[in-house]
Ligand binder design. Sequence first.
Ligand SMILES: [Zn+2]
Length: 304
Amino acid sequence: MSTFDVPSKALMIVLSSAAGLTAEKRKQQGQQELFYQFSRKSQGYFSFNVLALRLRDNKVHRQQKNALTRSNGNVLLIIAHPDDECMFFGPLLLKLLQEPKVNIYVICLSSGNFNGLGSSRKREFFKSCTALGLKEENCFIEDIFNLATCQFLDNPLEEWPKESIAELVFEFIKKYNINLIFTFDEKGISGHLNHRSIYYGLRNLDFFMKSFFSNNSRFLIKKLSQKEVPTVLTLTSVSIFRKYIGIFDLLFSAHQERICVSSAEQVSVIRKAMRAHHSQYVWFRKLYVYFSRYVYINTFTAMK
Ligand SMILES: [Zn+2]
């Protein structure tokens, strides 16, 4: 029995219960897989609203699949360091990659040069993104179009200027017509100041965009004037206890409105991506990929 068998069975039972299915129905419906569904908001954006059970060959499955095929959009994930993409956002990225009409972009603001390994960590970032299945040309690190107005240094004690983050993200939104953004929440999962800075930078995005449009009349008559601030969803930080109970965190997360849960195969892909970060793959990260809930579960909150 592989180490994943027990948690995956528990996962199926927990989620089936969350969906209101009886043990008998579960037996009838056979093998189950997990995924999320999109639903359109009235503003025309799309968002990830519900964790759903995909029940093979039944009506629920067909309805959800139809909802997915209607969705499209350009999604941006903003992270602070090479390895954040697989350490924290793996379940999200792998679910998004299942959607043919969704373009995924990833911005990594620093090269992860805290220990002087920046150049090798940049290479590892691209290897990891490729292992996850992302297009390399859609992944950006450090010198993003040379737009950064300051250098974002990898340092847990360094707070990055929120105006610079907002400016950079705004340029990216214009160029790629981004309509949904994912990033860290105000606690930054690990409390790392670089992670938290991105959250506060995006809190500034609304103000930055509005002041840009009001100060630049040329843009007001262009298509950009129609653009609204994209929806921002932040990855929920949980307590240290919940952080390391792996898939069993579903006991606390299954009721969440916006949730992505990895299948067993997807967990393997996330672990492979983590191994691509050779310089970071030390003993505690080897344990992390088995015990962290962020390898199995991502939950999100809309930024207000
Ligand atoms: Zn990080």
